[in-house]
Write a protein that binds this ligand. Structure first.
Ligand SMILES: NC(=O)c1ccc[n+]([C@@H]2O[C@H](COP(=O)([O-])OP(=O)(O)OC[C@H]3O[C@@H](n4cnc5c(N)ncnc54)[C@H](O)[C@@H]3O)[C@@H](O)[C@H]2O)c1
Length: 259
């Protein structure tokens, strides 16, 4: 049976591990051609190679999403290789090595550089090709952290709320981009995952916090696996969502209920 994304050219940033890697596997399984884009060449190359061994059309492209030059080069490389860009998932973020205790201005700027400006630069780099095609889907990756407003204990200084505010900013960016690009056939939607059992989450989210989210706040009482997010990404990339733009889809077992 043909996949739902036969021939679809998809760029996935942050695809060297975790959720991005799961997206890459699923998109390949659905017939897409995938650019595994990441800062980490060793892991990124390994993911692309594994996908090729399984018969997929995938290659690795190194990118630091916070660099305008890199994002432009990434888009040009994909165009040279595949001739078009149908879907881009802006999944890369500072997450697995985040310092939750650093609330300095310098660190806030660093997180913004990757999580927010990296999303904007990636979208900006692929937009001309999508506009020319008259069709494209950009899927941004935000987080329920953008909506969970738990107090952060602090002494004197106001915390920076770095991770959460960058993800909230990306949600807002998604709305503005959607409003301005529909006339050219380009759609922008965001996926907001709940707690997902990647290596990164196991490393940085304390077990007590995870238990509180899963058992105290989620309607469906289990954490997500990366694979739980993939069907939504496939849907947002496919023509089944042709009239959906500017939306945040929370894939989170009911942790956040927007509306
Ligand atoms: N895991 C969760 O529970 C969860 C929940 C909500 C949202 N998210 C979001 O989902 C995405 C993936 O999460 P994950 O758990 O797989 O995270 P992860 O930290 O394991 O993976 C992030 C990937 O992004 C890459 N990356 C980091 N900085 C980069 C840069 N400047 N340029 C290019 N690539 C860069 C890393 O090398 C890594 O491969 C992130 O955007 C994260 O914020 C995750």
């Amino acid at each position: 049976m043909a996949g739902r994304l036969e021939g679809n050219v998809t760029i996935i940033t942050g695809a060297a591990q975790g959720i991005g890697e799961a997206y890459a596997r699923r998109f390949i399984a659905e017939g897409a051609r995938v650019a595994v884009a990441d800062l980490n060449p060793d892991k990124g190359e390994a993911v692309a190679e594994a996908l090729r061994k399984e018969g997929g059309d995938a290659f690795f492209v190194r990118v630091d999403v916070s660099s305008e030059e890199d994002t432009k080069r990434m888009a040009a490389t994909v165009l040279e290789r595949f001739g078009r860009i149908d879907t881009t998932i802006t999944n890369a973020a500072i997450y697995h090595d985040i310092d939750n205790l650093d609330h300095s201005l310098a660190y806030l700027k660093k997180i913004f550089d990757v999580n927010y400006f990296g999303t904007w630069l990636t979208a900006r780099a692929v937009y001309p090709a999508m506009k020319k095609q008259g069709k494209g889907s950009v899927i941004t990756q935000i987080s329920d952290a953008a909506y969970l407003r738990f107090p952060i204990p602090h002494e004197d200084e106001l915390p920076s709320f770095h991770y959460s505010v960058t993800k909230a900013a990306v949600a807002s960016l998604t709305h503005f981009c959607a409003a301005s690009s529909g006339t050219h056939g380009v759609r922008f939607n965001a996926i907001s995952p709940g707690p997902t059992m990647t290596e990164a989450t196991l490393k940085i989210v304390p077990k007590a916090m995870l238990d509180m989210l899963v058992h105290g706040a989620m309607s469906i009482k289990r954490p997500l696996e990366a694979e739980d997010l993939c069907g939504t990404a496939v849907f947002l990339a496919s023509d089944d969502s042709a009239m959906i733009t500017g939306q945040v889809v929370c894939v989170d077992g009911g942790l956040i209920m927007l509306g």
